[in-house]
Design a protein around this ligand. Structure first.
Ligand code: AHG
Ligand code: MN
Ligand code: MN
Ligand code: MN
Length: 319
């Protein structure tokens, strides 16, 4: 056969992150914040390549061992938020208390983030990521995920991407980090269709949650494709990129909910729903859950409309 390999190595040319944001919103403060977070993601992407995967002998308030890279990413993100000048309060999985970042409450934002999601799979060289949600003003409790003005994840895999959604515009939008350091717009997702792909987290809960066990058996019986990495960021990103599938992380009496509503579940819920997908805690959208405490945890599913209907019916339906 004829060799048709070309030397083209870059994705097709799209607009830059700044061009995109300028068209997407008139809120200059939000544009600045999203650009500053992009800078931090770029630095984290480089740092995770060579940083130690070792522990720090410290444990966060969730009981997770903190790695050096967790704390490094955490520091870079707090610095980026200070530098943006538009962040009032920030808090993170590693510091789940409000930190005053010096920005205004009026016209400014409060930001919650998971600096490094999947820190236990850094050593295995699996894809890891950063998650953040942006709320208007000075409140991160007594609000819901639906109140976010923006949410995003940074994804550090073979490619580094910045996947974001803004309240003002439909869709979830993917930007690729180019060699020269710029973010280039490469994809939009507006719909999540049906397709047999599942990403079952906290499978240990099937031991004493018969409904979850029944749901998993359904996927196996129906010959769904298993795609689970143990990192919520790549697991949820694949639903947005492939535009199909379901991610579940269900609790049981012996395997309690692990995922954090404010730092993980609500921002990813915003990204999934903006992408045309659905989310649920078993009974309702995770975007309708009031964040009572900064460290609230919840079970969650993200996916297409029919997958979320099946999830809710199997877990809490009458039949
Ligand atoms: P983190 O690394 O930020 O503490 O969170 C990791 C989360 C999430 O990415 C993943 O879905 C889940 O932990 C997996 O938990 P288990 O490995 O305990 O099942
Ligand atoms: Mn952790
Ligand atoms: Mn996490
Ligand atoms: Mn984390």
């Amino acid at each position: 056969a004829k060799n048709t390999t070309s030397l083209v190595t870059k994705c097709e040319i799209g607009e830059s992150l700044e061009e995109f944001l300028t068209k997407a919103t008139t809120d200059k403060a939000l544009i600045r914040l999203m650009m500053c977070m992009g800078e931090a993601l770029r630095t984290i992407a480089f740092k995770v390549r060579t940083a130690s995967c070792g522990g720090t002998a410290c444990v966060n308030s969730f009981g997770d061992e903190q790695l050096a890279v967790d704390l490094l990413a955490n520091k870079l993100l707090f610095e980026a938020l200070t530098y943006s000048h538009f962040c009032k309060y920030a808090c993170s999985e590693e510091i789940p208390e409000l930190q005053d970042m010096g920005g205004p409450a009026e016209g400014g934002f409060s930001v919650a983030f998971d600096p490094l999601d999947g820190s236990s799979i850094v050593d295995t060289n699996f894809t890891v990521g950063t998650i953040f949600g942006v709320w208007p003003g000075d409140k991160l409790t007594g609000v819901t995920g639906r109140d976010q003005v923006a949410a995003a994840m940074g994804i550090f895999g073979p490619r580094t991407t910045y996947v974001l959604a803004l309240k003002d515009i439909p869709g979830t939008h993917e930007f690729l980090l180019l060699d020269e350091g710029k973010w280039q717009h490469v994809k939009d997702t507006y719909e999540i269709g049906e397709g047999k792909m599942f990403s079952p987290g906290n499978l240990r809960a099937t031991f004493d949650n018969p409904e979850y066990d029944k749901l998993i058996n359904y996927y196996v019986r129906e010959k769904y494709t298993l795609r689970y990495t143990g990192g919520m960021v790549p697991d949820v990103n694949q639903i947005i990129v492939k535009e199909k599938g379901i991610f579940t992380n269900v609790a049981s009496p012996s395997a309690k909910a692990k995922l954090r509503l404010l730092f993980e579940v609500a921002p990813l819920g915003f990204l999934i729903e903006k992408a045309g997908g659905y989310s649920s805690d078993g009974q309702k959208s995770v975007l309708d859950k009031v964040i009572e405490n900064l460290d609230d945890r919840t079970q969650v599913a993200y996916g297409s409309k029919n997958e979320i209907i099946r999830f809710e019916e199997t877990l809490y339906g009458s039949s």
